[in-house]
Design a protein around this ligand. Structure first.
Ligand code: NAD
Length: 483
């Protein structure tokens, strides 16, 4: 089925774009075009930002009673639940994510996030009155919408990463201009159709399409009040520079090179079963994955063999097949990047325990899950984000050295600890320099903040904390009202 779009969703309607140029969206499994989307130009971005600003004023989204906003978000969630399977399939055919992952994450994930923020919009007060510390009156601390949000998202989890931004922004009363990735634009346009059906007021969500140039124009636009970005560290640095110059608030969710610390008491069978998702979810194209596996020297050979056996046994193939664990990588360019890291790994003196090549398949940008042993933490394959199914297994002598290796990274996004003693795992988790850590599993909790330290980003998404990221706080000093 072909997905053809020739109009942009701006100000609550489908508009002709300013240019006739279009983008082709290609399936990484068949390597064939699955549809076309229009390419937005500066005039379209200007119109989208103006619409988002207008919605703050004219329809009063920002001043609406939060409970009324929550009603709209709940209707949006109900509509998204109806087409969850269809949106999950769209993600899979665009980026190759195995359908067993896209159905819960991309199909239903956004539904739960919206309902959570709708409930928060109802529950969290907009104002709090505090007695002044000097005793001379009171201060009303008031939360107001930050304004127009530029949301720029990547292709790896397009629906759910969009909702990480959209749901708290809308709950806070802000409005959004979304710039999806060129690889995954069709699902974003379906999201707009769904929002429209749910009765989201005009201008509250607008979508501009295109590549990095459209994103650059949007984040620097004078009408934008806040930037929320998920993507590579390289692009995040550029966006951070622009926002620094403009003194514009920004949230950056960037890359990672997280560590799995396998303790000497860990049960290997359940550890390896957990690593299948904690280290290889979405064919290795997930930002928080534990791609450096730290094994005690005393059990090094055993851990390496078990991880290699796991990686070698994962079913590779058609991402629409529910049995598939490893699908194709998103693009030919991404496969080249991953393969160039495999070559670097070989040159570094590390040894391939399994994988390293391409599986036999007529079409599709596949790379075999690959595990390197004898890896030094200073090697490029241990330091740089590969964003494919490539794991490194690194030995450590004692717990202090394991923590030192885990923390010896430019990144700090995720991480896992595998142990028979979760209390010991918690102790260790406190010492790992990263935004999130899982003990014996890794799965985001939408009620708790998610994000990274160091080159993994700035700020946090999810949890009640995300409401603050889309709000301005105002203090109003006044004489005591009750006197
Ligand atoms: P990317 O940085 O190339 O692109 C991400 C998005 O930003 C795309 O929409 C792109 O068009 C746009 N863009 C690129 N350069 C820009 C610029 N200078 N100004 C404005 N917009 C720009 O990343 P990608 O290849 O699409 O995604 C993979 C990367 O995303 C990986 O590094 C991964 O770790 C990271 N990621 C991070 C998280 C997280 O939460 N920390 C989650 C998922 C992915």
């Amino acid at each position: 089925m072909n997905h053809e779009y020739d109009r942009l969703y701006i100000d609550g309607e489908w508009r002709n774009p300013s240019s006739a140029q279009s983008l082709s969206v290609v399936s990484p499994y068949t390597e064939r075009a699955i549809g076309h989307v229009p390419l937005a130009g500066p005039a379209d971005v200007n119109a989208a930002v103006a619409a988002a600003a207008g919605a703050l004023r004219s329809t009063g989204w920002g001043t609406l009673d939060p409970a009324e906003r929550a009603d709209v978000l709940e209707r949006f969630a109900d509509e998204l639940e109806k087409n969850a399977a269809e949106r999950a399939e769209l993600t899979t055919i665009q980026n190759g994510m195995p359908i067993s992952i896209s159905t819960p994450a991309e199909g239903y994930g956004p539904v739960g996030i919206l309902r959570y923020y709708a409930a928060l919009a109802r529950a969290l007060p907009l104002e709090e009155t505090r007695d002044r510390l000097d005793g001379n009156g009171q201060t009303v601390v008031r939360r107001q919408p930050i304004g127009v949000v530029a949301a720029v998202v990547p292709w790896n989890f397009p629906q759910v990463l969009t909702m990480f931004k959209l749901a708290p922004a809308l709950a806070a009363g802000s409005t959004v201009v979304l710039k999806p990735s060129p690889e995954t634009t069709i699902d974003a346009l379906m999201l707009a159709e769904t929002a429209h059906r749910a009765g989201l007021p005009a201008g509250v969500l607008n979508i501009v399409t295109g590549g990095a140039d459209v994103g650059e124009y949007l984040v620097a636009h004078p009408g934008v009040h806040k930037v929320a970005f998920t993507g590579s560290t390289a692009a995040g640095r550029k966006i951070g520079e622009v926002c620094g110059r403009l003194l514009r608030p920004v949230t950056l969710e960037l890359g990672g090179k997280s560590a799995a610390i396998v303790l000497d008491d860990a049960d290997l069978a359940s550890t390896v079963e957990g690593l299948a998702t904690a280290s290889l979810l979405n064919s290795g194209q997930t930002c928080y994955l534990s791609t450096r596996i730290l094994a005690p020297s005393s059990r090094y050979g055993e851990v390496l063999d078990a991880v290699a056996a796991l990686a070698g046994a994962l079913p590779i193939g058609d991402p629409m097949d529910p049995a598939t664990a490893i699908g194709p990588l998103v693009s030919e360019r991404q496969r080249q990047r991953v393969e160039s890291y495999i070559e670097l790994g070989k040159k570094s003196g590390a040894t391939i325990a399994v994988g390293g090549g391409r599986p036999s398949a007529d079409t599709g940008w596949f790379v075999e899950p690959t595990v390197f042993g004898n890896v030094d933490n200073g090697a490029e394959i241990a330091r740089e984000e590969i964003f494919g199914p490539v794991l490194t297994v690194i030995p450590y002598r004692d717990i202090d050295e394991a923590v030192a290796i885990a923390n010896d990274s430019d990144y700090g996004l995720g991480g896992t600890i595998w142990t028979a003693d979760p209390a010991k795992g918690l102790e260790l988790a406190r010492r790992v320099e990263t935004g999130t850590v899982g003990i014996n599993y890794f799965d985001l909790d939408i009620g708790a903040p998610f994000g990274g330290v160091k080159a993994s980003g700035l700020g946090r998404e999810l949890g009640p904390e995300a409401i603050s990221a889309y709000s301005e706080i105002k203090s109003i000093y006044l004489p005591r009202l009750d006197s």
